[in-house]
Write a protein that binds this ligand. Structure first.
Ligand code: GLP
Length: 241
């Protein structure tokens, strides 16, 4: 595991250079993508680089980490909508090559099994982008005594619902469940970049990457992955020397 500290303004260019190298090496790379506030500046940078002709997504394939259960794709708070709005509609990725779990599938169990199967059919994720929740979750793998390997339906913890209520008018509107790639699905990625920004993430980042490995801090398991880079801005990295 490598921890890289950058100023907040350097992070998007730094992460973009990694994605650019990845796509230059393999045009049809399988990218694992995340949502939340953290990737927004990075996706903006990708869009700029695409417009400058420095990034080409024409053959790229993407799989998103997670999606709320029971929010239609047309709902602006769904991750489906987020990805279209903040990335896909601005770049040359083929919409047919983008994948997001369907939180409205008739059988959520079947949707979960299909999702992992599809990732494997494409040969597995080459580069996985991750954020981290304030409670240490990755995707929506919430702190628990045990973590599930495969893509699954998960209840959302109260703290996650509170954290995400900033995107909704009222906490009651925040879905109580989501589909998320499991820890095993994430671990199969050949390379993982976790990005954490801001002072409010500094404590959990310290716990996750300098502390013991525990399922109560799901991101801490990443210490065991063979190719993981943690990118933090100066504020977030202030407890890490
Ligand atoms: C969300 C997503 C995660 C994301 C995390 C942090 O709920 N499910 O994939 O990494 O919470 O989000 P943010 O970057 O907004 O802090």
């Amino acid at each position: 595991m490598q921890i890289v500290k950058k100023s907040a303004s350097e992070v998007p260019a730094y992460v973009t250079s990694i994605i650019t190298d990845q796509l230059n090496q393999k045009k049809n790379s399988i990218l694992g993508l995340a949502t939340g506030s953290t990737p927004l500046a990075i996706y903006k940078y990708w869009i700029e680089e695409f417009k400058q002709g420095n990034l080409d997504f024409s053959q790229a394939i993407s799989f998103n980490l997670d999606e709320y259960v029971n929010l239609p794709a047309s709902d602006p708070r769904s991750y489906n909508y987020y990805m279209k709005e903040n990335l896909f509609q601005h770049i040359n990725i083929d919409q047919n090559n983008t994948h997001i779990p369907n939180g409205q599938a008739e059988s959520l169990q079947e949707e979960c099994a299909r999702y992992d199967q599809r990732i494997q059919e494409f040969g597995g994720i080459d580069l996985q982008i991750l954020g981290i929740g304030l409670n240490g979750h990755i995707g929506f793998n919430e702190p628990s005594n045990e973590l599930l390997l495969n893509t699954h339906v998960t209840p959302l913890s109260e703290s996650t619902r509170i954290a995400n209520s900033r995107f909704f008018d009222h906490i009651d509107q925040v879905p109580t469940q989501a589909i998320t790639m499991g820890i095993g699905s994430i671990f199969k990625a050949k390379k993982i970049i976790l990005i954490a920004m801001g002072v409010e993430k500094s404590e959990i980042v310290k716990q996750a990457f300098l502390g013991n490995i525990t399922t109560q801090v799901p991101a801490s398991l990443l210490q065991l992955h063979h190719n993981v880079e943690i990118v933090v801005d100066t504020d977030c990295g202030k407890l890490i020397t």
